[in-house]
Design a binder for this molecule. Structure first.
Ligand code: SAH
Length: 377
């Protein structure tokens, strides 16, 4: 029992200080240790994983081929979290946005993108789920809705996994790709995100290939280097959004901490360790970062680290002053990159009408809830 407690403590130190460890936050080998410590044969751990990730059981009671005693002991040791769907926006065949409520009432968003061109160099881009990694965000990018109300907390691994499971349940279909591009900064919640990724990738888990998993960062250079040391061949996208420090400082406060040179050198390191191309995401914002000069500089950076470039017309956020450039300007920006032979795409982005940009739905819902609260009081 003492040994079991130790496992719980060590897992807890990764995933937060919940009273019980959520079973969807642990790896198979940890589950095996727990089962062994309970005096049961380790193959039960594989059965448990199968119940969770293949048969999608929501309680230990459903795991009928486990001894009853073990089921009871598991209930004492672990919780099985779930998240509630609060709202779904969008239609069956288009981008669908999910607003979830977590056990502590926190709201997070995830997006299901049914079919998109191969944006991040993935083999197949049939069904992509975009997950959140934090409640709110601490990085305060000026154009983004997620950071408007600040940062609340990191998501635990099971809360990341549960977004995918809930979407697959709602959509009655499997996911091909996962992108960490929802609310929050994945690399600021490094350990929990890596734990979730191992479960997403594992054959006993969700079994999604590492190359079909993309982590997006606002540019935490030291953590990019850490990610480069991980053995999994997951993909990296870097939100650049400005090609000079002058422009990037205006819209992304993180640039004052890790400027473009520091960021590019971390990207260089990542590309050389992983032997794979990374992607620069570049939102086009009118009059801010959409000049010819920015395009030429961006091309230089992309050449240096052999990055692909995804241009994304800005999704307007209510209450923020930023706008997307005209179609002509977007195309001109793209043509400058292409003239320099940079593999670049211009996203005819989906989801503009459902406020699918990072953090928008949550903000809207919180406002409505707060508004109705005011009316009642
Ligand atoms: N923090 C991470 C991941 C979350 S944001 C990051 O910065 O990469 C995922 C992407 O959505 C980022 O590139 C972010 O800059 C972009 N984004 C945020 N608000 C947006 C908006 N209103 N329109 C278009 N893209 C937006």
């Amino acid at each position: 029992m003492a040994r079991l407690k130790n496992i719980a403590v060590s897992v807890n130190s990764f995933v937060g200080n919940a009273a019980k460890v959520d079973i969807k936050s642990v790896q198979l080998h940890e589950l095996e240790e727990s089962v062994r410590a309970l005096g049961e044969p380790v193959y039960h751990a594989t059965q448990i994983a199968e119940w969770l990730y293949k048969k999608r059981a929501a309680s230990f009671d459903e795991m009928t081929d486990l001894p009853r005693k073990l089921r009871l002991q598991l209930t004492e040791q672990f919780s099985i979290g779930k998240i509630d769907v609060v709202r779904v926006l969008g239609a069956q065949d288009t981008t669908r946005k999910f607003l979830f409520r977590l056990s502590d009432e926190a709201l997070i968003e995830s997006v299901l993108i049914p079919a998109s061109p191969a944006l991040y160099g993935m083999r197949s881009d049939r069904r992509t789920v975009c997950v959140s990694t934090q409640v709110g965000c601490a990085y305060g990018c000026k154009f983004c809705a997620s950071g408007l109300e600040g940062f609340s907390r990191n998501l635990r691994p099971n809360e990341i996994i549960d977004q995918i499971l809930a979407i697959e349940r709602e959509a009655a279909d499997k996911t091909d790709n996962i992108v960490f591009m929802g609310m929050g900064e994945p690399l600021a919640n490094f350990d929990n995100v890596m734990r979730a990724i191992r479960i997403i990738n594992a054959p006993w888990g969700l079994s999604i290939g590492a190359r079909l998993i993309t982590v997006s960062t606002g540019g935490i250079a030291p953590q990019i280097r850490e990610l480069a040391k991980e053995s999994l061949q997951i993909r990296l996208a870097v939100s650049l959004h400005g090609a000079s420090d002058e422009v990037r400082n205006q819209i992304m406060p993180i640039n004052r901490r890790y400027n473009i040179e520091t960021l590019l050198s971390a990207c260089d390191y990542y590309a050389s360790r992983k032997k794979q191309h990374l992607t620069f995401e570049y939102i086009l914002i009118e009059g801010v970062n959409d000049s010819d000069e920015q395009a030429r500089l961006l091309a230089r950076h992309a050449q240096r680290v052999k990055a692909k470039v995804n241009l994304i017309p800005y999704n307007t956020v209510r209450g923020l002053p930023w706008a997307r450039p005209s179609q002509d300007r977007q195309e001109k920006f793209l043509s400058i990159l292409r003239a320099d032979k940079i593999p670049a795409t211009l996203r005819r982005e989906k989801g503009h009408d459902i406020e699918a940009a990072c953090g928008q739905l949550r903000l809207q819902t919180k406002k409505v809830e707060q508004g109705s609260g005011l009316l009642l009081s």
